[in-house]
Design a protein around this ligand. Structure first.
Ligand SMILES: NC(=O)c1ccc[n+]([C@@H]2O[C@H](COP(=O)([O-])OP(=O)(O)OC[C@H]3O[C@@H](n4cnc5c(N)ncnc54)[C@H](O)[C@@H]3O)[C@@H](O)[C@H]2O)c1
Length: 346
């Protein structure tokens, strides 16, 4: 198996490369990544001398670079994790970067799949394309739920997904699109909710909570997501869409409290930060279609604490990874603004 992984230096991409090479000792992986602020080759340091792994620095929105690499590597499958992924940056930063990476990128990869007759292209997307659910409803997102993205990040991801759909409908280009819920685990860039809370708490600083903290996210341990993609490489049907989630809905505030408890810190070590405009209240994935294919999460609802503990332990054991990242990237989350006096909470 020869897998072209786009965005393999990021959080989920690097976990996927480790997962895949472990599960398939004879596989070869080419990691094609632009190395934006979120790309970190330290995530793959253990593979530096592994002959099965190769790295090429490049931008998925640049057709020339992508096509030359695909033509040369001749992959059996392309999996695309490359994207601009931080919602706050899509609101306060350059939306143009999001359009290039998340809309143009998938188009270029579809075109390369078509042109070089790659047997399968898997576009990794998000549940955020479906918009928001209410706290008072039990409905979840299914594969049939209509797209209604609210955040600029989500709108760009939806654009990329629709381009993939059109390549299948029009040209029969073999594309699968997946929509996954929120991931947690090792190697996640600390601008994101869970690692951010861990880093702050480890430094005795308050963990930021958006607004009232009652936002609901449906958490999945990252290797469960990787296992689902691995299964789709084997059994997924081109042209189909698959939702991936572990039935694990939690309020943000409860996740932070659990983390603080695990770290032996006061529950009060939190701070309210300025809410996102139009912040989606709740996401929840119905993953029945994936389960029918034979997939089940190892860290389902009853093992969420075990998954969180594993995550906390990884960050505690990998202080060097964090410090190197901090040295490289002074402002981890430049858009966060504290709205309440924090003195009494520390
Ligand atoms: N993190 C989550 O909870 C989550 C949930 C559902 C779906 N997703 C999707 O999974 C994918 C991976 O997410 P992540 O959290 O690992 O992201 P990340 O931000 O950690 O990593 C993104 C990677 O893509 C690279 N990249 C960005 N633009 C690029 C470009 N134009 N060309 C080549 N490489 C580029 C970056 O250098 C980085 O290595 C994304 O498509 C995201 O939308 C993420």
């Amino acid at each position: 198996m020869r897998i072209f992984v786009a965005g393999g230096a990021g959080f989920i991409g690097s976990n996927f490369i480790h997962y895949f090479l472990n599960a398939h000792p004879k596989a070869e992986v080419l990691n094609f990544d632009k190395l934006t602020y979120a790309g970190n080759l330290d995530n793959l340091a253990a593979l530096a001398d592994d002959g099965r792994y190769k790295f090429v620095q490049g931008d998925i929105a640049e057709a020339g670079a992508v096509e030359a690499t695909v033509e040369d590597f001749k992959p059996d499958t392309i999996v695309n994790f490359a994207a601009e992924t931080h919602v706050d940056r899509s609101i306060h930063g350059s939306l143009r970067d999001f359009v290039f990476a998340n809309v143009m990128g998938p188009q270029v990869l579809c075109e390369a799949t078509k042109k070089f007759k790659v047997p399968l292209f898997i576009q990794i997307s998000t549940d955020e394309v479906f918009g928001a659910l209410g706290l008072d409803e039990s409905r979840k997102f299914t594969e049939e739920t209509a797209f209604a993205p609210n955040m600029p990040y989500a709108a760009c991801k939806a654009g990329g997904d629709l381009i993939c759909r059109s390549y299948f409908q029009t040209f029969k280009t073999p594309v699968i699109v997946t929509h996954c819920s929120n991931n947690y685990g090792p190697y996640q860039f600390p601008e994101k909710f869970i690692p951010q809370a861990i880093f702050k708490a480890l430094a005795n600083l308050p963990a930021p909570i958006y607004g009232d903290g009652l936002y609901v996210r449906d958490w999945i341990y990252v290797t469960d997501h990787c296992a689902a993609i691995d299964l789709l490489i084997e059994r997924g049907a081109p042209g189909e869409v698959y939702n991936i989630g572990a039935d694990n809905e939690r309020h943000n505030i409860d996740v932070v409290r659990l983390l603080l408890k695990m770290l032996g810190k006061s529950e009060m070590l939190t701070v309210e930060v300025q809410d996102r405009p139009g912040h989606d209240r709740r996401y929840a994935i119905d993953a029945l279609k994936m389960k029918a294919l034979g997939w089940a999460p190892e860290f389902g609802v009853e093992k969420f604490e075990a998954g969180l503990r594993k995550t906390v332990e990884w960050y505690q054991a990998n202080g060097d990874w964090v410090e190197k990242l901090r040295a490289r990237q002074k402002e981890i989350n430049p858009h966060i603004k504290i709205t309440k006096n924090i003195e009494h909470k520390i």
